[in-house]
Design a protein around this ligand. Sequence first.
Ligand code: FES
Length: 156
Amino acid sequence: MKIDYSVVTRRTFLNALLGGWLASFAFGSFYALYRFAFPTLGKEPDFVVLKPEDFFSIPVNSTKAFAWGGKVGLFFRTADNRMVALKGVCSHMECNIVYKPERQRFYCPCHKGWFDANGRNVEGPPPKPLEFFDYRVEGGKLIVHKKGVKVELPKA
Ligand code: FES
């Protein structure tokens, strides 16, 4: 059976094909340039190096933020005067958390998630505890690193 006419003409079909190909090419090129310009964006470091004097003087039951790649890290002096370092993002969908000293808990405002001072998820949707880091002071530098990562700084 022969069709007398078509809703899509040959010209429309070829234009759509060419347009799709150009859009894919432009997106691919833009993405490649973007990854070239910002190669570490969205990636997390294995460690960061900080100044100890900026963090060891924080008051009891408080936190101080530091940059953990593109995310937030927190130094936390607990109510019983222990210093810990942790990733300052929620284990649910990675919103930034805040410490509520009056409740001695971390709060995620995105979906009302709560973590206790030990990082355990105690209320709301977070499926697992917060991620804690290890840290050490070496050569006057505060090295904060992921657990299990061995950090060797170059000798000056
Ligand atoms: S992102 Fe924190 S509770 Fe959903």
